[in-house]
Design a protein around this ligand. Structure first.
Ligand code: LLP
Length: 421
């Protein structure tokens, strides 16, 4: 995370000292690096273009905004040419507010409601990714009612093991996502015969935080075979959406080499001559952010030292849900100091509210600041008001400057929605 580094013993995000931000805006505080977001978007675009045939149209990269949906982040990525993969009316609204054009928005998810489908059809959408027969029927009914043709792609479940955490594996038959090959072919034909449905192609997303290349290769190969079968039946296939899933380094993971990934796209998918759509989330945003927190107490247990932070599992849920570890860095470096192994925990009343166990850190004191790294994806977006704890603020750093891109929620904000009988 070169956009987060120590300078004169202090942690910086780009050219801005993290301590200054923590003091000005309070903690817990999400801090994102604009440079990192641009680097990731640029790297993906460049690597793909290096491997794809020169005459191929540029792929449409739709940032999976479930990873980080702050409007300022979406706006920044829009300026890098990215579109958005959305999964709800809320995300659609954000994407549109960020100025993303409807022809760069794809709509994923297994349970789209009437209101959601109606809204995107009326206001514009590049494609709706269909995951089941009842969903196709629902889209057809709404499209017919409003006499609007619905562009759809069908999500293929290729039955490939993504070799990632079970809770974020999506491409096995036992998962709720997508359609088997035969079911997809039958639905495609049905859609093609419908006056208000325009089948555009297929999509697949086999899981998140993939570190192996082979599952992508297997999924892409099965997608290619399926497209060839559809075309042999005279079905029109003009788009292939290959989903997201590229892993990142949190501690010592080795993510797939981007060149290998792009080469596979070029070798397996590009020859089909379709528009290629990608839906990366974590790859773009994961390492763009840190969660800054302050030490409330240092507690000496019978056997352990606990570092009790003011951030909890409600602010960063990944450790409690996926046993993830987001490396903890002291905001003020203390190279010479003696190290102590801490259990780093939050204030929430659950044992699962633990960020790390036996983590060696320089001796820490009350009021010190720490940063939990790699928190730019699935960080703030998964935060909750559990224990009536207000949502953190978010800051976007860009070079020497920074902007508050979401103010801290207050307890009054939370209570304002409740009705006392
Ligand atoms: N497309 C679809 C249809 C998805 O469901 C997802 C993620 C993505 C794209 C983006 O995947 P990525 O490139 O970020 O791997 N909360 C979990 C991750 C859940 C991912 C859900 N779907 C976590 O914190 O690890």
């Amino acid at each position: 995370m070169s956009d987060f580094h120590y300078k004169n013993g202090e942690l910086y995000t780009e050219n801005v000292p993290v301590k200054t931000l923590a003091e000005q805006y309070g903690t817990p505080l999400y801090v994102y690096s604009a440079a990192h977001l641009r680097t990731q978007a640029g790297q993906l675009k460049t690597t793909l273009s290096q491997h794809l045939p020169a005459d191929a149209n540029a792929p449409l990269i739709c940032f999976a905004c479930k990873a980080n949906s702050n409007i300022a982040v979406l706006d920044l990525l829009k300026q890098e040419g990215l579109g958005t993969d959305i999964v709800s009316l809320g995300e659609y609204t954000r994407a549109r507010q960020a100025g993303i054009s409807p022809d760069k928005i794809v709509f994923s998810g297994v349970g789209k409601t009437d209101t959601e489908i109606e809204t995107v059809l009326k206001n514009g959408i590049h494609q709706i990714n269909v995951e089941s027969e009842p969903e196709l029927e629902r889209i057809a009914r709404i499209a017919e009612k409003h006499k609007i043709t619905a562009p759809v792609a069908f999500r293929f479940n290729p039955d490939v093991d993504a070799k990632t955490h079970a809770k974020i594996t999506t491409g096995k038959h036992e998962n709720k996502f997508g359609l088997t090959r035969d079911a997809l072919i039958a639905l495609y034909q049905k859609a093609d015969a419908h006056a208000f449905i325009a089948p555009k192609g297929i999509t697949s997303h086999i899981g998140s935080q993939l570190t192996a290349v082979t599952p992508f290769k297997d999924a892409f190969t099965r997608m290619r075979d399926l497209v060839e079968m559809l075309r042999a039946m005279d079905m029109p296939v003009t788009r292939i959406d290959i989903g997201g899933g590229l892993g990142i380094t949190y501690t010592d993971e080795t993510p797939p080499d981007l060149d290998d990934y792009a080469r596979m796209v070029a070798e397996i998918i590009a020859p089909l001559g379709t528009q290629i759509i990608l839906e990366p989330g974590r790859f773009i945003a994961g390492n763009c952010g840190i969660l800054v927190s302050q030490v409330v107490h240092v507690k000496q247990g019978e056997k352990k030292h606990y570092l009790i932070l003011d951030a909890g599992m409600n602010d960063l849920a990944r450790p409690s849900i996926y046993d993830a570890y987001h490396p903890v860095m002291p905001v003020l470096e203390n190279k010479a100091a003696e190290h102590i192994a801490y259990d780093i925990v939050g204030p929430v009343c659950e044992t699962g509210d633990t960020f790390g166990k036996n983590i060696p850190l320089p001796v820490m004191e009350e009021d010190d600041f720490v940063a939990m790294t790699s928190s730019g994806a699935y960080g703030f977006v998964m935060a909750s008001n559990y224990n009536t704890r207000p949502l953190p603020a978010e800051i976007l750093v860009d070079g020497d400057t920074h902007k508050l891109i979401r103010r801290r929620q207050t307890v009054d904000d939370i209570l304002a929605l409740e009705i006392d009988i």
